[in-house]
Ligand binder design. Structure first.
Ligand code: NAD
Length: 332
C-alpha cells in the first residue's frame, strides 16, 4: 500500500503528539517537520531519528512529496502555514481554533476550494468514541432529537500561564462549541455568556456560555482553568445531552483508571485522547489523523469534520467573548 506522506509545522507540546500519533500509523510516513525554535527542534530530533527537519519554513514548503500537512503552530499563527500548504498542493489539518479571526477562516476555506485540496479543522472530539456514540444515538430511535446540551471542560490552573495567550473561548470552549453545533445540526442564533477573572488575567479563567439554536436546541458550555494540580485530574470534563427520547451522560471525574503513586499522588490516566500502551499511540487524535489519511487514499472529502461548522464556531466564539465582556445578549 502506498504510504501517505505527512509534514508537520509547529512541534510544541501538541505538535509532538501529532508526530507520535502519525508514527503509530503503519500506512503513514512522516517525511518532514518544521519548527522555528531551534532548541525545541533539537529536543525533537534527539527523540525521533530519520526525519527531514527544517527551522526555516521556506525550505519546508518547497517539498513536493508531502500529501498532508498538520498545522500545529500557535493559535494566532495558523493562517500563513495553511495558505502556503494549500497553495503548494497539500491537504491540511489545522489545529483548533482554526483561526481566532473570522475572515482568515473564510480565506482558508476559499483557498482550499480553489486549489482542490481539503482543509480539515482539528476538532478531534468527533473522533472520541464517547462523543461520537452520543452523536450517533441522537436524531433517531435512541435519544431522538436533542433538546438540551451541557458540555463542561476544566483544565489545570498551571496551564493557564501558557494558554492565557488566547481567550478561553478559543482555547477551551471552541471544542464544545463544535460539538454542540454537530449535535444540534443547526446554527446558533442567540448567545449570553459570563466570564470571571479569578486569577486576575486579561482573559477570563471561568467562562459560562448559553447558546440558543435556530431549531430551539439549548446548549450550556462551561470552561475553566481552575482545577488544582493536586486534584490529579488533568481533564475534568462532563457531557449531558437530553433528547426527546432519552439522556446521554458521561464525565471523566471519578471514572476510568487512576494511578496512586507515593510521589505522584493521584493521577487520572487519559484513555481517550492521546495515550501510549503496548509501545503504540492510541486515542482520538490518532483516529482523526488515520481518517484523514484514509480520505486522501480514497480520494474523498473528510465529511466527519466540517469546515463550515468550524467557521460558524468562530462566529459563536466572538459572540461569547463580546457577551461576556459587555454583559449583553448577542444575536447572530
Ligand atoms: N486538539 C486538541 O485537543 C489540542 C490540544 C492542545 C493544543 N491544541 C492546539 O494546537 C496548537 C499548538 O498548541 P501547543 O500547545 O502545541 O502550543 P506550543 O506553544 O507548545 O507549540 C507551538 C509551536 O509552534 C512553533 N511555531 C510557531 N509558529 C511557527 C512557524 N511559523 N513555523 C514553525 N514553527 C512555529 C513554536 O515555536 C512552538 O514550538 C494550538 O492551536 C492549540 O490550541 C489542540
Amino acid at each position: 500500500m502506498k504510504k501517505i506522506k505527512v509534514g508537520i509545522i509547529g512541534l510544541g507540546s501538541w505538535g509532538e503528539c501529532h508526530l507520535e500519533a502519525y508514527c503509530s500509523i503503519p500506512s503513514v510516513e512522516v517525511v518532514a517537520i518544521c519548527e522555528n525554535n531551534k532548541s525545541r527542534l533539537e529536543e525533537i530530533t534527539a527523540r525521533y531519528r530519520g526525519l527531514d527537519v527544517y527551522s526555516n519554513a521556506e525550505q519546508f514548503w518547497e517539498r513536493d512529496d508531502i500529501d498532508l500537512v498538520s498545522v500545529v503552530t500557535y493559535e494566532k499563527a495558523h493562517l500563513e502555514p495553511v495558505m502556503r500548504a494549500l497553495k503548494s498542493g497539500k491537504h491540511v489539518l489545522v489545529e483548533k481554533p482554526v483561526s481566532t479571526v473570522l475572515d482568515e477562516a473564510i480565506q482558508m476555506q476559499e483557498t482550499a476550494q480553489q486549489y482542490g485540496k481539503f482543509v480539515a479543522p482539528g476538532h478531534l472530539l468527533r473522533f472520541d468514541a464517547r462523543y461520537a456514540q452520543i452523536y450517533e444515538a441522537l436524531h433517531d430511535e435512541g435519544l431522538g432529537k436533542p433538546i438540551s446540551i451541557y458540555l463542561k471542560r476544566s483544565r489545570e490552573k498551571k496551564l493557564f500561564a501558557t494558554y492565557q495567550r488566547t481567550h478561553t473561548v478559543f482555547e477551551l470552549s471552541v471544542h464544545d462549541i463544535d460539538t454542540a453545533i454537530w449535535y444540534a445540526r443547526s446554527r446558533v442564533t442567540k448567545v449570553k455568556a459570563y466570564g470571571r477573572h479569578a486569577m486576575g488575567a486579561d482573559v477570563p479563567d471561568i467562562l459560562w456560555s448559553c447558546l440558543e439554536f435556530e431549531n430551539g436546541v439549548l446548549a450550556v458550555i462551561e470552561s475553566n482553568w481552575m482545577t488544582p494540580e493536586r486534584a490529579g485530574l488533568a481533564m475534568d470534563d462532563c457531557t449531558e445531552v437530553i433528547g426527546e427520547k432519552g439522556v446521554a451522560h458521561f464525565e471523566t471525574r471519578n471514572s476510568g483508571l487512576q494511578l496512586w503513586g507515593d510521589q505522584s499522588g493521584r493521577v487520572s490516566v487519559d484513555q481517550h485522547i492521546h495515550y501510549r500502551v503496548g509501545g503504540k499511540i492510541h486515542g482520538a487524535l490518532k483516529e482523526q489523523l488515520e481518517y484523514l489519511c484514509e480520505c486522501i487514499r480514497m480520494g474523498v472529502s473528510p465529511e466527519r469534520v466540517s469546515f463550515p461548522d468550524a467557521i460558524h464556531g468562530i462566529q459563536v466564539a466572538h459572540a461569547i467573548e463580546q457577551s461576556a465582556r459587555t454583559g449583553q445578549e448577542i444575536t447572530l
